[in-house]
Design a protein around this ligand. Structure first.
Ligand code: ADP
Ligand code: MG
Length: 235
């Protein structure tokens, strides 16, 4: 894939993500919502960045744009050297699968697949070889070795989210994007999952951008970006 070659050449660069003058508005006239309003930012490789801000401030819209799940009205998102919105839809979908790991509040596991199958699913979609040793190492690190064959419906919330984390990690993405990943967990499990996620960022050299409204979680980050009315107000 052409974009991969381009991306790999820039692999030594410190910034993994740059956002330039990004705009996403919804509605018009009196119903106009400036969900993302001329936002620019840079994220460094290997860092854990938290995005904070009140409900409705535009955090999820920004993260969706960064992850190429939605297209902006204006602006540029560059991930590992690739201008993602210059890609046509099918190429963008492929880029997303290969280069971006998503972790959502509601886990997004496939109910009919067991833990192992869920974790290796994104690799299979791109006909990438499943390295069992590597997948086992991630599952071990995440504490899911005993649950490899379990179906999602028998897992606790924490185990479901850990499966989603493992799924994001095995694809070795350029960046992991997480939207309130502990929003459905009790506070004890939240702390466990967060510690695990943070140590995986360190152990696997991953870059993590996470939305949270939780002050304690934001404090675990290397950097905090504050969003208000679609604008970055503090970072
Ligand atoms: P946050 O994640 O910080 O709570 P969101 O990004 O979800 O904020 O939403 C920012 C603003 O954009 C809100 O006012 C929300 O109602 C609006 N919004 C988000 N998505 C849509 C959409 N698909 N259509 C219309 N308005 C939207
Ligand atoms: Mg949100």
């Amino acid at each position: 894939m052409k974009t991969d070659i381009k991306a790999d050449r820039k692999v030594d660069k410190k910034e993994i993500l740059t956002v330039e003058n990004l705009v996403k508005h919804y509605g018009s006239d009196e119903n106009l919502v400036r969900a993302v309003d001329h936002t620019s930012l840079t994220i460094e490789r290997g860092k854990f960045t938290a995005i904070v801000g009140r409900s409705g401030s535009g955090k999820s819209t920004l993260l969706h744009l960064i992850g190429g799940l939605d297209r902006p009205d204006k602006g540029i998102v560059r991930i590992a050297g690739t201008d993602i919105f210059s890609l046509k839809d099918d190429r963008l979908a492929e880029f997303r699968r290969k280069k971006i790991g998503f972790i959502f509040q509601d886990y997004n596991l496939i109910p009919s697949l067991n833990v192992w199958e869920n974790v290796v699913l994104p690799l299979g979609l791109d006909n990438r070889k499943v390295n069992s040793g590597e997948v086992n190492a991630v599952l071990e690190r995440i504490g899911l070795t005993e649950k490899k064959e379990a179906m999602p419906n028998v897992l606790s919330g924490g185990q479901k989210q850990r499966t989603a984390i493992a799924r994001a990690l095995v694809a070795r993405p350029a960046i992991i994007l997480a939207d309130e990943p502990t929003g459905n967990l009790d506070s004890q499990t939240e702390l466990e999952v967060m510690s695990l996620l943070k140590s995986c960022v360190t152990d696997f050299g991953q870059t993590l951008v996470m939305i949270t409204h939780d002050e304690m979680i934001a404090q675990m980050a290397d950097r905090v970006i504050e969003v208000e009315d679609g604008k970055v107000v503090n970072n």
